[in-house]
Ligand binder design. Structure first.
Ligand code: NAD
Length: 403
């Protein structure tokens, strides 16, 4: 089989981009294509494990591995560089290490924190969007607990979590495990600690039935977390969050303030393409961008629609859909190089698990509700599978969660 040799440029080595490269290097030979992967860091990080780094239940290195462990250097050129502009009309990408041209572009630039313009949020709250920000959040919590011995201020052992989405709830699950350990380390009575999660919507985790959400809330409340549901955060300042209750503003005090209420796709998307909302661009069924047969968008910079017409909605951005899209793009590129038609992407939703620390969780897997130890086990399977799918058995052996 002979292909026309093309320049394929993949931007981003998150779940979507790295999965695409991992698949491309298996399906294409050196003579078939010139594949280049550009990523800001020399490592890939497991974005879905960041809440564990932030709470201190895993070390940051546990969720990180060098991209060189995945990339076959005989087939793929890996360039550690930061993308600064995409010039689609010239088929050229600008980086801080020079320019790269392409025949086929895969943009998989990932996510960043979204504060929705809330006053003071970017300055006063920590986010959990990279190993660095997760580590900063963890250090902040520990610094404040250590400080409590001198200050005796309740504020120093109060933690505010903004948003009870997946990230917020999974983070709380880790906190109720790690904070008692911190208390022991610094001689603090855990019953004095306040861990409060503030959520604007009248309910949380709408993708789960009420009995599972109730289970999660009870599990977390039994271990010391408190929820303020239907309470929008309207500002952040050096004392904590300002929330709105019955149309009146109220200050919630905490020294450790973590914003888990929003992510968006890379802002480079708005700068480079038309019709981008919160860093996400609607993709066609074959995962290319309207009007650009040679540009694919996958992962958190893309909006994959669940149908056609006015009722169509984008699927939530998850690691699961990002990896499936990465695989599909590799397949479509191979088809294109062979002169065949691209195929439409079909998302196979295998379910979702929301962990509650290392020992518990809730989820829907293959259409069945699960909770407790079974859900925690499933979560470890999902996390290990993600490493295996991208990096193979050796990487899964060293990075997987087997315990
Ligand atoms: P999210 O958007 O899903 O949740 C954010 C939460 O914050 C929402 O409940 C929202 O109502 C709340 N919120 C927003 N503004 C607020 C305000 N001003 N005050 C108080 N509350 C406010 O964000 P996320 O949890 O970071 O998840 C992002 C995406 O990643 C989602 O698609 C999610 O499904 C996915 N994800 C999946 C997993 C998993 O599968 N285990 C884990 C993490 C994230």
């Amino acid at each position: 089989m002979s292909f026309e040799r093309k320049k394929i440029l993949v931007l981003g080595a998150g779940y979507a981009g790295l999965q695409a490269v991992s698949k491309l290097q298996k399906s294409l030979g050196h003579q078939d294509a010139d594949i280049t992967l550009i990523n800001k860091n020399e490592y890939h990080y497991e974005a879905t494990w960041l809440h564990e780094t932030a709470a201190g239940t895993i070390d940051w290195e546990d969720g990180v591995y060098p991209i060189s462990k995945v990339v076959d250097a005989s087939k793929v050129k890996f360039i550690p560089a930061e993308v600064t502009a995409i010039h689609k009309d010239e088929k050229r990408v600008e980086t801080n290490q020079g320019d790269f041209d392409y025949d086929i572009l895969v943009t998989a630039l990932g996510f960043e924190s979204e504060t929705f313009g809330i006053d003071g949020m970017a300055e006063h709250a920590h986010s959990i969007v990279s190993p660095q920000t997760a580590l900063a959040a963890r250090h902040e919590i520990e610094k404040n607990f250590a400080n409590y011995r001198n200050s005796g201020a309740d504020k120093d052992i109060s933690i505010l979590v903004g948003g009870a989405g997946f990230t917020g709830v999974e983070f709380l699950g880790e906190l109720v495990e790690s904070v008692p350990v911190l208390c022991e380390k610094y001689g603090i009575d855990y019953s004095k600690v306040k861990i409060t999660c503030v959520e604007a919507a009248p309910s949380m985790l709408p993708m789960f039935p009420e009995d599972l959400t109730d289970y999660a809330v009870k599990y977390l409340e039994d271990r010391g977390a408190k929820f303020m549901i239907g309470t929008p955060i309207v500002a952040a300042n050096e004392d904590g969050f300002v929330v709105k209750i019955d149309d009146k503003e109220q200050q919630l005090e905490a020294s450790s303030v973590i914003w888990t209420a929003g992510v968006r796709g890379s802002s480079l998307m708005e700068e480079s393409f038309d019709g981008v909302k919160r860093g996400r661009i609607i993709v066609k069924p074959d995962l290319t961008i309207e009007g650009h047969e040679d540009i694919y968008a996958i992962g958190d910079v893309s909006a994959v629609m669940n149908g056609e017409g006015d009722d169509a909605r984008p699927y939530p951005t998850t690691a699961q859909i990002a990896m499936q899209a990465g695989e599909h793009v590799a397949k479509n590129i191979e088809l294109t190089l062979k002169g065949d038609k691209k195929e439409p992407f079909k998302y196979d939703d295998k379910g979702t698990v929301c962990s509650l620390g290392s020992k518990d969780g809730i989820g829907i897997v293959m259409g069945r509700e699960i909770k407790g130890k079974k859900a925690a086990f499933m979560k470890r399977v999902i996390d290990t599978r993600a490493v295996f799918k991208i990096g193979g058995p050796m990487l899964a052996y060293s990075k997987g969660k087997f315990l």
